[in-house]
Write a protein that binds this ligand. Sequence first.
Ligand SMILES: N[C@@H](CCC(=O)N[C@@H](CS)C(=O)NCC(=O)O)C(=O)O
Length: 208
Amino acid sequence: MKLYYAPGACSLSPHIVARELGINVELKKVNTKDKSIEGGGDFWQVNPKGYVPALELDSGERLTEGPAIVQYLADQKPDAGLAPKNGSIERYRLQEWLNFLTSEIHKQFSPLFKPNTPEEYKKIAKENLASRFQWLDKELAGKDYLMGKPFTVADAYLFVLTSWTKPTQIDLSQWPNLQAFNKRVAARPKVKEAMQAEGLIPKDQPSR
Ligand SMILES: N[C@@H](CCC(=O)N[C@@H](CS)C(=O)NCC(=O)O)C(=O)O
């Protein structure tokens, strides 16, 4: 499979999920500004919506939309437990989280990354995010991950979104449970591997 990604973008979530599952994906780096693909190619031809992530299956079929991609990946290795069984109430809980993250958090961040967003609107988006983070912080009290003990695909997504507080100058320490969550996920070996592969953190020095 091929995963079209941009470093540190929401595509980091399916990248982490693939590594957590031990699924090998060929990484295809996309320049989301000019829609070029590293090594050649026009990303518009891959995803006519023009955004990452996009997953190309071995059949050549392509899947877009992060929440759908992470569930597809998790369902390839159901025993890994990154998504509860299809049809179970827990699976709907996971989808409840994914929908919340994509509509209430991810899409509030998007204008903060756009150079043409008016400053007054950025302020409003940050206020909206703060109220969502306030609620999430309470939800995470006493929990390792969104669904309790198990790490799920929703946690990979929330990790990426909470990491975006840094480039957008939002102080995550206002929400200690969220900050602890971000650190907990960042410490997972497969998360570190994904971040290193995207050039977001330095590669480990070989021990002598
Ligand atoms: N609805 C899409 C949104 C994906 C999205 O916002 N991708 C961003 C990076 S995080 C992107 O590629 N933006 C470039 C653009 O829209 O031109 C999803 O959930 O997968």
